[in-house]
Each structure stands twice: as structure tokens, then as C-alpha cells.
Design a protein around this ligand. Structure first.
Ligand code: ADP
Length: 540
């Protein structure tokens, strides 16, 4: 402290004003801690202010390292200040945390300055520490109050948000397109929204005077008390009158269709029922318009179908009659051609014989065509009656094989039954012959020379399944359904065999189906065909 100089007194000072004592008393009476430290951080002097702030007495402090005042963990920082001071720098008014002897936290503002001797070299450190703890605590308190205030405003904001939410929710309920009413245990209306007023035509005060039954048509009021009690007891949300057409009653006594959803609401001891009521007049109207439209379409469809069936019948009748008319002169042509061929009247030249053969062949073909058309027309017009009886399949099939054989052999195709057929079927003999004849002659017709046509049969439950199997040209899979249509012939059928009418299989299908059977084909091009039909078995 030798560098501290006092103003030179202009006249002799009294003893008590001796500079050292004067200084010592200032230091002692200072509120601040005034501490002298050696350059290596050992406490050299300690005033009563230091004792007051840090707790240690001068005896306890002097000779101890200054780091004992550091807040635990801050020792390195204390060292760093010492370093700066050793280099001759001052450190003014910086706030640090220090530790009181009893361990509590002390906040001080520090000013440090180097102490120099007469030669100007640094010999120690003067430290003044002002206690800011009380001040800081007051600031903390303020900060705490501020944050409390902030909490309050947060709560206010929350409260405000809740109010907005409630208002929106209220608006939502109020203007929901559905009427919403709440009734108490006695059925009195206690809440009603704006839509309820609109829907029922009552003002809200009027609604509050009503019981829920007043909003129902008279016919359904009876017993509603009990329904309501049951619903409250069950205590679960559900639609009302499931599967029923519900109606509601307006103030003007008009009714309208509604859908109602009910939910129970408990409030303390009481149970209320909330009913959401939807006016479904428009939907019902649209539904009934749709129904009317659908019905009128259906009626039109039925009319058109009836008309189509009538025209089809007319066409078939016309075909039947025209075929009949054509057949008569054709028989005459064939008859006279046969007479001529007998050459009883005169010898014919070779040319004339050839002409006659053409006339007979084409006339017979024409007759075949007319017979097919006639058959199909009769079937379609419902004019064909069947004489169903129990028939031995073997005999009928054998007859047909024999009748086809000459034609098949003329094409070098063999035809035979695969095995004896010990089955009785329920069928019309003539029509069964016709089916088999068609299938066998097709087989012979579409099988190249050297091939074969075989008839198989087997029992399948209460049906007998007959298969006509050939080794012929086969049928592409995509055609196998269409060949049973009228006039359909497979496109690639070899030239020379296109002599049919395209009616044979159509007739077969009609005849089989009329006798409760089915007919189909299994075939691949080049792999032969297997035509299968079923007929009811006559015996078990
Ligand atoms: P079509 O008088 O032409 O024989 P169908 O109705 O009997 O008339 O047969 C229709 C068509 O089905 C035939 O033109 C032919 O293309 C095909 N088809 C019928 N049977 C056979 C068969 N066994 N093998 C190959 N194709 C056949």
C-alpha cells in the first residue's frame, strides 16, 4: 500500500489524521471486502468487510490461497485472473460467483489491481469485492414474478382459447344441419338447437314447453315413455327404430320422414337423451323417384322382351309354314327325277344321267336344309312334342351306326360302337336317332379317310353320358361354344366338306336340352373331336 499517497497537508495534522491510520480505518470500515494478495495468490491482508462477505476471520484467511474463495469448479478462472494481473493488467467490476465459509453462494463484483513497489515492479494484488448477493436475489425475485406473470397470461390465453372453442362448438351445434334436442327423464325438451326450430317450426321458447312426444305423429306416441325408459336403462348410443320408416310432426301438423340417432348423457343423478334428427324427405323422394324409374324401365324391358318373343314366334311360324310349302314341290322334283333315272320310258344319254344326278343331289340337299329349318322353327315356336319313353341305348345307337356306315365308308372312315351299351335312357326315340345321326354324320364328314368315328357310353349318377368320338380335323377351343349356334360353321373347315347347313348342332342342342340333358364338345384342332351329350337314365 505504499504507493497510495494522500494530499500533502498544508499545516501539521493532528495525530489521529496520520495517513496510515487514516487509510487503515477507511479500509476497516469499508462495506466492501478489501483483500491483499501475493502474486502467487496467497491472501496477505483481510479487512472486516471481507469477513462479513466471505465469513472467514482475518486470522483464518491470511496465509491461505485465494482459491479457497472460488465457487467449486471455478478455481481455474481465479488462476486466469491472477495471470492477467501478473502481466500488469487491471480487472474492473466483473461479476463472479464466490463461496462463503459456510458454503453458500456469494455474488460479488470484483475489481483487481496490481500493487507496485517503488521500482514499478508488481509485488502484489489489491482486490475489492462488492457483495451483490442481496441485489441479485432481489433481481431473481423480480424475474420469478415476471415468469409468474407470464404463466398467468398463458392461463389467460388458454382460458381465452377455451372460450373461443366453446363459442365455435356452440355455433357448430346451433347450426348443424341436423336438429339436436335433449330431453330429460320425463321426456321434457331441455335443449334445442336452431335447426330444431327450423325443422319443426316452433320457436325455442315454445320447444322448451314441449315434451318430445309432441314432435311425433299421434299414431306412434303411445308407449314412447316405456321406450325412453328402456333406452335410458340400456345406456348406449344407437339409431332409433332400426328398419322402420320414422316420421316427425311439425307445428303445422304436417309430417316428414326422419332418421334419428339417440345417445344417453349422464349429468349427476339425472340421465338425459340427446336426439340427432335428420330430415330425410329429399332422400326419400329421390329414392322413390329412382324406384319409379327403375320400375318403368323394367316394365318397358318386359314389354320389349314380350314383343321380341312374339316376333320370334311369328318368324318361326312363318319359317315352318314356308318350309312346309317348299317341301311339297321338292318331293315332286325328287320323285320325278327318280322316275326318270329308272329309264322305264326311254334310255338316257350319259349327259342326261349326269344332269339327273345333279338334280337329285341338290334337291336332296335342299330337302335336308328345309327339314332342318322346319325342325328348328318348330322347336323354337314350341310346336315340337316329344314322346319320351324308356329306350335301350344300344339298339338305337346300333341302328344309327348302320345307317351312317355306307356314307362313312364312302369316305373311308370306319364307324362303330366302342362296346355294348347296357343303358336305358328316358328319351324320344326319333329325336335320339336324330341327335346321334347328326353327330355321327358330322364325325364322318369332318374326318379324313382312314379315320374313325366311335360311340361310347357311360353312366354318370342319374344320367347316361354318350360320346361320339372322331379322329378328324378338330375344333379350335374358342369356337367350341359357337358351333351350337344356328348357321354357325367353323371358318377353316376343309373345302369340299362345307356341304352342311350349320343347323345340325343347333338342333341337337335344342333336342338334348328339351330332354333334360346337356351337350358340349371337347376338341383341339388336328386332335379329333369328342361330342358328349347326356340324357336321364331310365333305371337306377
Ligand atoms: P353343319 O351342317 O355345317 O355340319 P353343324 O351345326 O352340324 O352344321 O356343325 C356346325 C359346324 O361345326 C360345322 O360346320 C363344323 O365346322 C363344326 N363341326 C361339327 N362337327 C364337327 C366334327 N365332328 N369335327 C370338326 N368340326 C365339326
Amino acid at each position: 500500500m505504499s504507493d497510495i499517497s494522500l494530499p500533502k497537508p498544508s499545516h501539521p495534522l493532528p495525530e489521529w489524521l496520520n495517513p496510515e491510520r487514516w487509510l487503515a480505518s477507511i479500509v476497516e470500515s469499508s462495506e466492501d471486502a478489501i483483500i491483499g494478495e501475493s502474486l502467487d495468490g496467497v491472501i496477505m491482508s483481510w479487512n472486516s468487510g471481507a469477513t462479513r462477505i466471505f465469513g472467514y476471520s482475518a486470522e483464518e484467511a491470511v496465509g491461505k490461497p485465494v482459491t479457497m474463495l472460488a465457487w467449486p469448479g471455478e478455481e481455474a478462472r481465479v488462476e486466469a485472473y491472477l495471470e492477467r494481473l501478473r502481466e500488469g493488467q487491471r480487472v474492473d467490476h466483473f461479476e463472479v460467483l464466490r463461496r462463503h465459509q459456510d458454503g453458500h453462494r456469494v455474488i460479488v463484483s470484483l475489481s483487481l489491481s496490481p500493487i507496485m513497489d517503488n521500482t514499478g515492479s508488481i509485488v502484489g494484488i489489491a482486490k475489492i469485492a462488492r457483495d451483490l448477493t442481496a441485489q441479485r436475489n432481489a433481481t431473481d425475485l423480480l424475474a420469478e414474478r415476471d415468469s409468474q406473470l407470464a404463466v398467468m397470461t398463458e392461463q389467460e390465453a388458454l382460458a381465452r382459447a377455451e372460450t373461443v372453442f366453446e363459442r365455435r362448438f356452440h355455433e357448430l351445434l346451433e347450426y348443424a344441419p341436423d336438429a339436436i334436442v335433449q330431453v330429460d327423464g320425463q321426456g321434457r325438451i331441455v335443449v334445442a338447437n336452431h335447426s330444431a326450430e327450423q325443422m319443426f317450426g316452433y320457436s325455442r321458447p315454445e320447444l322448451m314447453q314441449l315434451r318430445v312426444e309432441d314432435l311425433m305423429p299421434e299414431g306412434v306416441r303411445h308407449g314412447h315413455d316405456r321406450h325412453r325408459a328402456d333406452f335410458m336403462a340400456a345406456n348406449r348410443t344407437r339409431p332409433m327404430g332400426h328398419g322402420l320408416d320414422l316420421y316427425a310432426l311439425r307445428k303445422d301438423r304436417s309430417t316428414f320422414p326422419v332418421e334419428i340417432s339417440l345417445s344417453p348423457v349422464r349429468a349427476g343423478e339425472d340421465t338425459f337423451v340427446t336426439a340427432v334428427i335428420r330430415d330425410v324427405s329429399q332422400r326419400r323422394e329421390a329414392e322413390s323417384r329412382m324406384r319409379e324409374l327403375q320400375e318403368s324401365y323394367m316394365a318397358e324391358l318386359r314389354d320389349r322382351q314380350a314383343e321380341a318373343e312374339r316376333l320370334n314366334r311369328l318368324k318361326s311360324e312363318f319359317m315352318a309354314s314356308i318350309s312346309h310349302e317348299l317341301r311339297t314341290p321338292l318331293h315332286t322334283v325328287i320323285g320325278f327325277a327318280e322316275l326318270l333315272a329308272e329309264e322305264t320310258e326311254a334310255q338316257l344319254s350319259d349327259r342326261q344321267r349326269r344332269f339327273l344326278t345333279h338334280i337329285r343331289k341338290d334337291s336332296e340337299h335342299l330337302l335336308g336344309l328345309i327339314n332342318d329349318v322346319l325342325d328348328l322353327s318348330r322347336i323354337e315356336a314350341g310346336g315340337l312334342t316329344l314322346h319320351t319313353e324308356s329306350l335301350g341305348l344300344h339298339a338305337v345307337a346300333d341302328e344309327v351306326v348302320e345307317s351312317i356306315r355306307p356314307y362313312a365308308e364312302s369316305r373311308s372312315v370306319s364307324v362303330h360302337l366302342a362296346a355294348p351299351m347296357d343303358f336305358d335312357v328316358l328319351a324320344d326315340r326319333l329325336r335320339l336317332r336324330q341327335i346321334l345321326t347328326n353327330l355321327l354324320s358330322n364325325g364322318a364328314k369332318f374326318t379324313p379317310s382312314g379315320g374313325s368315328v366311335t360311340v361310347h357310353a357311360r353312366r354318370d349318377a342319374d344320367m347316361v353320358e354318350v360320346a361320339v368320338v372322331d379322329t378328324g380335323v378338330g375344333i379350335p377351343r374358342e369356337e367350341s361354344g359357337r358351333i351350337f349356334e344356328k348357321f354357325y360353321q367353323v371358318g377353316y373347315t376343309p373345302v369340299g366338306v362345307r356341304e352342311g347347313t350349320g343347323l345340325g348342332l343347333a338342333i341337337c342342342r335344342q333336342l338334348v336340352e328339351m330332354q333334360s340333358g346337356r351337350i358340349w364338345v371337347e376338341s383341339e384342332p388336328g386332335q379329333g373331336s369328342r361330342f358328349i351329350f347326356t340324357l336321364p337314365a331310365a333305371s337306377l
